[in-house]
Every structure is written in C-alpha cells, then in structure tokens.
Design a protein around this ligand. Structure first.
Ligand SMILES: C[S@@+](CC[C@H](N)C(=O)[O-])C[C@H]1O[C@@H](n2cnc3c(N)ncnc32)[C@H](O)[C@@H]1O
Length: 327
C-alpha cells in the first residue's frame, strides 16, 4: 500500500514540468531504494556487471541498466513521454493499451510508476529482456510490488530478432537501449525489427533520435554553438525506408559539406545526439548521458582542410556511425 502511494508520488513528480533538480534527485533516490529492495539485486556483484555481446551489439549488464535511473532527466522525460503516448492511444479508442517494453533492465524503471494512474485493465505490459540477471530481477520486482496483474507476458529473448506473436496487438514499443551517437548498443536493430512488424499507428518511444554534425564553442564549457546539419535519423519514416542491398546492412551514406569560414577561431566539430521521446518531451545537448556531444575533430582551416564528411550508419559488426573525411 505504502509502495503504491510512493509510486503515485514518484509519478506526480516526474510528470510535473515544474519539478526542480533537487526534488527530482530526491524522488529518484526514493524510487531507486524501492526498486533495490523489491529486486534484491547486488549492484556490486560480478554477475550483475556482465554485459552480453549478441553479435549485433551490446546489451549492458544488470548493474549498469539499473543505474540508468540516475540519469535523472532521461528518466523523467522518458516516463513523461511514455505516459502521454499511452494517453494518446487510450483517448483514441476503448480497451487496454499494450506496451511492449524491449530491454526492461532489472526494474522496468520507465513504466512502473504509470501503474499508479492506469489499472491492469487499461495498461498491459509485455516485458522483454535478454540478460539473465535482469530478466529474473524484473519478475521479482514486479511480484514484490504486487504489479503482476499488468503483465501480459515476460519474454527472455533478443528483441532485435524477436517475432511478435502475442494475442493482444501492440500499441506502443518502448526501448531505451542506446548511448550517445547510437554507438554499440542495440536501439537501431531492435526498433528496425519490432516496428517492421507493426502497423503505422503503433507508437515508437522514443519517436525520433537525431544525429547532427555541430560546432562546439571554443572554450572550456564547450556548449553547442550551432548545427551544420542532420546526418542520421531514426524514426518510423527512416525505418520504413530502410532497404539493405546485397547483404550489406549499412544505412545509406549521407555526405555533408563543412563550410570553410573566415579567420575567426572555431570550436571543435562534434556529433550531437537529440531524442524526441514523445510529443513535447525530449532530451537535448548535455541533458543526459545519452545526449552528450562527441568531438570528432577540429574545425577545418586553410592549413587543415576538410570539405565534407560522409556519414554511414553501420549495423555490422556492431552499431556505429562511420565517418569518412574529404579534404
Ligand atoms: C540502457 S538499459 C535500460 C534499462 C531500463 N529500461 C531503463 O531505461 O532504465 C537497456 C536494457 O536493455 C537490455 N537489452 C539491450 N539489448 C537488448 C536486446 N537486443 N534484447 C533484449 N534486451 C536488450 C539490456 O540488457 C538492458 O537491460
């Protein structure tokens, strides 16, 4: 009972656009303590640290997946975006909203607070996780919190190859299996696989991930000075357009010109990652570990020329934004 009140309080704080940093951190500390107790996982354990290399990318270990909760704005915006995605489906038609959560980690962190606003008749959950420790833990957590009635199915599998076969149609796919620049982890193969099996009205959370070439300020703080252009986008349109040829899984190469400017000192070039979670909710530069700009080189000068960069997003041997520099 206490815990359901706690989850309601946690959700109120996460959904409130006026929540300040201190309250957000305190609230997520409380949420983490509830989840730690419910799951009984040992964050320092050797098994919990182990990552899985699927051959198509990395699935992070239980401890690291659990600690994602501490990326506080990430957790807040994903929970808020997911809440509004579910509301959007619920407002459009009668019946339960079915969320397929691909990569729950040990705690299904992004969805559990929503059980305080939706009943098991309104919200159904299919929970997919590949990692043994996280898969066992998410079941313990849900049982301990008395939330089993929400669960349509637990599935231990690779979400990048999973064939959706449940009786209830999927309305929302939720996956946060990414790092900045969409490197190494399996967000792209997972959503490529799952969204290709669903109708256009199914919602993907996050709705869009965008990689841009940008310029940082030439100072210590290195804030983003400006964008030069978008180099890669993952959304329903780009997933639908993906058509690999001749056994080559690469996305099409995109060439972006880098303008040579005057004599004024320019800051470094960087890849900027931004995330549209759902509706008004998203994450921009430096708001999360997922959106930290990554420096890729110095801004070109007459003595250090660079006319354009070719960007190719590779799925093999593991997810990576490849770059070829042209002088
Ligand atoms: C970044 S963690 C996020 C954990 C939690 N959902 C959160 O947002 O706080 C990603 C989780 O997805 C799981 N995962 C990654 N790739 C996967 C795959 N191909 N199939 C199933 N689970 C995967 C990892 O094992 C990990 O538990």
């Amino acid at each position: 009972m206490l815990q359901s009140k706690d989850l309601a309080h946690i959700l109120d704080v996460l959904l409130d656009n006026n929540t300040g940093g201190e309250l957000l951190s305190e609230t997520l500390d409380l949420y983490r303590d509830i989840l730690l107790t419910a799951s009984g996982i040992d964050l320092g354990g050797e098994l919990e640290m182990g990552c899985i290399h699927t051959g198509a990318g990395v699935a992070i270990g239980t401890t690291w997946a659990a600690l994602c909760i501490d990326d506080v704005l990430r957790t807040k915006r994903f929970v808020s975006g997911l809440y509004h995605a579910i509301k959007t489906v619920a407002d459009r038609r009668a019946g339960p909203v079915h969320v397929l959560y691909a990569g729950t980690g040990p705690w299904a962190t992004l969805v559990l607070p929503l059980t305080s606003r939706f009943s098991p008749e309104e919200l159904r959950l299919t929970l997919i996780e590949i990692n043994d420790g996280s898969y066992d833990s998410v079941q313990r957590t849900i049982n301990h919190l008395g939330l089993e009635d929400y669960v349509e199915e637990y599935i231990q599998t690779d979400a990048a190859t999973h064939v959706i076969s449940g009786k209830l149609p999927v309305d929302v796919v939720l996956s946060e299996t990414m790092q900045y620049c969409l490197i190494d982890e399996m967000q792209v193969p997972i959503v490529l696989n799952l969204m290709s099996q669903l109708p256009p009205e199914a919602i993907m959370v996050p709705e869009r991930i965008t990689l841009q070439l940008g310029v940082l300020n030439d100072d210590k703080a290195q804030h983003v000075n400006r964008n030069i252009g978008t180099v890669f986008t993952i959304d329903r349109a780009s997933l639908a357009a993906y058509a690999p040829k001749n056994n080559n899984l690469d996305f099409p190469t995109f060439r972006l010109a880098v303008p040579l400017l005057g004599d004024a000192a320019e800051g470094p070039l960087a890849i900027l990652t931004t995330i549209d979670v759902f509706g008004a909710y998203g994450l921009t530069h430096y708001e999360s570990g997922l959106t930290n700009p990554q420096i890729i080189g110095e801004y070109p000068t007459v003595d250090n020329p660079l006319s354009a960069i070719d960007f190719t997003y590779h799925l093999e041997p593991s997810p990576l934004l490849g770059m070829r520099f042209h002088t």
